[in-house]
Design a protein around this ligand. Structure first.
Ligand SMILES: [Zn+2]
Length: 336
């Protein structure tokens, strides 16, 4: 393939991703609203006017309409162009990484379902079960067609262990504190990820997702607490975040002598453990109270346990789909 034609294909695949992203938006919203999405045409959720074709062009319509509905001037959610762009860049990335192959087609399919799962989880902390089941089947087929370097057994065991892992911790927490540590949705996502990655890589994906969750959730919650003038809480999150950063930097960049390294490491781990025990246990009992009484408190905004875990799990999977060898290399550097 010469440069021009491969550039044209790249643009074509990017636009295809934008269009599919547009469709995924509809699947996310109508899936949550439990509507059937095949029959009805796109409408403005506020004024119910049917959208004409030029209001349905991915990203461009949002820019030309300046983010507002052409009929009633209502704000259009930023979710629309965001999902379209994410899907476009995911498809483009798959093509650039794996060329015009069957593997790329599968990666695009997998990424589309990742977007669906993360989208519904972000929006309403809900996973549509069917999305996870279909993704699990795609994961098995991905192995059957020999597109990854795992065996079919590893894929199936991965799905099984993924489910067991999340259900185990969720139920242990249920026994101890009375509420699940992870949602049922996370267990289903783990099944799908297990079939895609196989059981060995699955645990790498899970470990990475915990790290990602900490890096996203902790500063976010600290900032929210600060805005709500809960200064003590925000400082406690800041301390925790600095501790996590220290653990990483000290290990990764090989700062300090061995003795100093272990001292800092031990100190940070103690702070983190203390924080986790105190905060997470407190929050989980709060969560139980909120669920039991059906209250809708603003505690949710400043509680670690109310952050959905699915998006972190999926973000980590996307990284592993593209950069597995590099991730393994970095982890080996940590262990040594
Ligand atoms: Zn409208």
């Amino acid at each position: 393939m010469n440069d021009l034609s491969s550039n044209l294909i790249a643009i074509y695949i990017f636009v295809l991703g934008l269009c599919l992203g547009s469709f995924l938006n509809v699947v996310i919203l109508r899936g949550l609203a439990n509507e059937e999405f095949v029959r009805s045409r796109s409408k403005c959720p506020k004024c119910n006017n049917q959208l004409t074709w030029y209001m349905n062009i991915p990203v461009l319509s949002y820019i030309f309409l300046k983010g507002r509905c052409a009929f009633c001037n209502e704000h259009i959610s930023f979710q629309y162009p965001l999902v379209e762009l994410v899907c476009g860049f995911c498809f483009l990335g798959a093509f650039l990484a794996f060329g015009l192959t069957l593997k790329t087609l599968f990666i695009c399919l997998i990424l589309s379902f990742f977007i669906l799962l993360a989208g519904t989880d972000f929006k309403q902390m809900v996973i549509i079960d069917t999305h996870a089941y279909i993704l699990a089947i795609i994961g098995v087929l991905y192995t059957v067609f020999k597109l990854s370097d795992i065996t079919i057994i590893e894929s199936l065991v991965g799905g099984f262990l993924g489910f067991i892992f999340f259900e185990f911790f969720a139920r242990v927490a249920q026994k101890i504190i009375g509420t699940r540590m992870f949602g049922e949705g996370d267990s289903l996502i783990a099944v799908a990820l297990g079939t895609i990655f196989g059981y060995k890589t699955l645990f790498l994906v899970i470990a990475l997702s915990f790290i990602i969750q900490c890096f996203i959730a902790i500063p976010f919650i600290g900032y929210t607490a600060f805005k709500d003038k809960k200064f003590f809480l925000s400082i406690s999150y800041l301390v925790v975040f600095v501790c996590i950063l220290c653990v990483f930097c000290v290990n990764y960049f090989d700062l300090f002598s061995n003795e100093g390294k272990y001292l800092i490491f031990a100190f940070c781990v103690c702070v983190l453990l203390f924080w986790a025990l105190k905060n997470i246990l407190k929050e989980m009992s709060l969560k139980k109270r909120l669920i039991d009484n059906n209250e809708n408190d603003d505690i949710k905004k400043t509680a670690f346990c109310f952050m959905p875990f699915g998006p972190a799990l999926i973000f980590s999977s996307v990284i592993c789909l593209f950069f597995l060898p590099q991730i393994k290399e970095i982890l080996l550097k940590f262990i040594n």
